[in-house]
Design a protein around this ligand. Structure first.
Ligand SMILES: [Zn+2]
Length: 122
């Protein structure tokens, strides 16, 4: 199906971009640790700044890893023919929604319901 080919290409492109991001973040992490290793004396302000940077970077990596997982799951759904079908109600997800959000696994009403439930728990 031509549509699946197109989403396959979109998702592969996204995956490559996320992988490049992860590699970049990991390289920055490495050069950061090297930096810290070279300096024997650091004042407290410096350390806390570096710690904060590391924490932010790790949060970034976690987000990228989650996105990568979503992309992998979407590509697997293309493989097994369930891509574009809501995992909750089995309705077809409109193509416009998939274009805006290629890793969507729920239709809009099901997604909104889920988000309302999540918000209600907090
Ligand atoms: Zn649904």
């Amino acid at each position: 199906m031509p549509t699946m080919d197109r989403f396959n290409a979109i998702l592969n492109g996204k995956r490559d971009a996320v992988l490049a991001d992860i590699r970049r973040l990991q390289n920055e992490e490495k050069s950061l640790s090297r930096d810290v290793g070279l300096r024997e004396v650091m004042d407290t302000k410096d350390i806390s700044f570096r710690d904060s940077v590391a924490v932010i970077r790790n949060a970034g990596l976690r987000r990228e890893a989650e996105e990568l997982e979503d992309i992998r799951a979407a590509l697997a759904r293309i493989e097994n023919g369930s891509y574009g079908i809501c995992i909750v109600c089995d309705e077809v997800i409109p193509e416009a929604r998939l274009e805006a959000w290629p890793t969507a696994k729920r239709c809009r009403p099901c997604q909104e319901k889920r988000e309302a439930e999540k918000a209600g728990r907090h």
